[in-house]
Design a protein around this ligand. Structure first.
Ligand code: HEM
Length: 393
């Protein structure tokens, strides 16, 4: 006990020296790391933020409510981190089942690739399965090797919820699209600069797709077409969007992504819909892109046909249908990837959450914005009154 008074300062000195010994290398390491970051910028396509402990079975589908009191036709894009390209939720396995049955029943309608796009299809496949999914959702997708592979070689992605093994190298572009369609609830359309404008600006064309949930259009009839022709049925597109879209697509930078959302009301809950959601002003019918419900606006009995269809609307069968759309460029082939996930909400759900009035205003506002024909294109003249009446009741 008597030795304590002079032992304490020595012990303190020793402790201080020990602390310095540990601290100095740690500080140096920090500086080195910072310098590293400066000299070797991180590759945005591999720097995907992972979602620790993500449980898709309890994740609610996101609620997209993009409607405004008046519909103005604009690109309305916002930046989107590459990490957030794919949205995952508890509907995953049900959606996968549905997607597989649609892919098997409607092969050419749901996936196709034009030859010049083969490499881009391989690139989106390899990046999605080899990098994006296992990094973003490690609780759902895990890289692994099959027992026959040379040691250390990773050649499969294990889809844990479905308990399926996905090869990291696909046998063909077509099977790559099919597999993408079966393992993520996101439709993918690939575009290449296949022609040029008079000033030399590249014009993007749809060259490959896997699309299980088209909302009233036939994707296979759009294959090979430039953006302007793809959007030909959209009223106001040529006057208000065509130029800015073409310029935006030509300039889209590597490592960046953008997103937007759209909305409409459909009179049924079919996710795979090749017609019937829109009315075309040029009076096309089933054989050329519409379906029995598509009205010929030049027909003499137009008012009668609208009336007949109005009577068929059942509010409980109607859905608010929204797409979360994203766009980004692939680093190797420089192809553009337009992708979307489709959400459906019952009108009851919209009403109970308190958005009924807002949606009712937006339904009325479809014909009051920059392109009044939108009310017509989205068939609002058929379902509008019933839906508004229900939302305000
Ligand atoms: C990112 C920029 C884009 C914008 C701003 C845009 C805008 C629009 C708009 C306003 C519509 C009308 C329906 C709605 O409200 O959504 C539409 C429809 C459509 N868009 Fe886009 N779009 C874009 C990109 C694309 C791309 C890259 C593709 C395909 C490669 C595409 C394919 C379609 C198709 C197939 C339709 C339905 C046309 C029909 O009725 O036949 N869009 N788009």
């Amino acid at each position: 006990m008597s030795a304590l008074p002079w032992l304490t300062p020595i012990a303190a000195l020793l402790l201080y020296l020990l602390w310095r010994l540990i601290q100095v290398p740690r500080t140096r390491q920090k500086v080195d790391l910072l310098q590293d970051e400066k000299t070797t910028p991180t590759d945005p396509y591999t720097a995907i933020d992972l979602l620790y402990n993500f449980d898709y079975t309890t994740e609610e589908p996101i609620k997209i409510r993009p409607f405004k009191p008046k519909y103005h036709l604009t690109m309305a894009l916002e930046n989107c981190p590459l990490s957030e390209l794919i949205a995952m939720d508890k509907t995953y396995l049900d959606r996968m089942k549905l997607r597989t049955s649609i892919l098997d029943a409607h092969t050419k309608e749901t996936y196709q690739c034009n030859e010049p796009c083969t490499e881009a299809v391989y690139e989106i496949y390899e990046w999605t399965f080899g990098t994006y999914l296992p990094r973003r959702f490690p609780t759902m997708y895990r890289l692994c090797s099959n027992p026959d592979a040379p040691s250390g070689q990773v050649n499969f992605l294990h889809n844990i919820p479905a308990n399926e093994y996905i090869p990291l190298t696909p046998p063909s572009a077509s099977s790559a699209l099919y597999t993408l369609g079966r393992h993520i609830d996101t439709d993918i359309l690939l575009l290449l600069p296949s022609s040029s404008a008079v000033d030399g600006m590249p014009i993007y064309h749809l060259q490959a797709y896997v699309c299980c949930f088209p909302s009233g259009f036939k994707t296979h009839e759009k294959l090979g077409l430039p953006l302007a022709s793809i959007h030909a049925p959209v009223p106001g597109y040529k006057a208000k969007l065509e130029k800015s879209m073409d310029r935006f697509f030509a300039k889209m930078e590597l490592g960046k992504a953008v997103r937007r959302a759209n909305w409409s009301v459909t009179t049924d809950d079919k996710l795979f819909s090749m017609g019937g959601s829109h009315m075309y002003e040029d009076g096309r019918t089933e054989a050329s892109g519409g379906n029995q419900k598509t009205l010929d606006v030049e027909a003499e009995d137009l008012e009668e046909s609208i009336e007949v269809q109005r009577k068929e609307v059942r509010v409980e069968e109607c859905r608010l249908r929204c797409e979360r759309q994203t766009l980004h460029r692939l680093p190797r082939t420089k192809a553009l990837v337009f992708a979307f996930k489709t959400f459906q909400y019952t009108l009851d759900e919209v009403k109970s959450e308190g958005s009924g009035e807002e949606l009712a205003d937006a339904v009325e506002g479809l014909g009051l914005g920059s392109v009044p024909d939108m009310a017509f294109y989205k068939r609002q003249v058929v379902w509008g009154d019933r839906v508004v009446e229900f939302l305000r009741s």
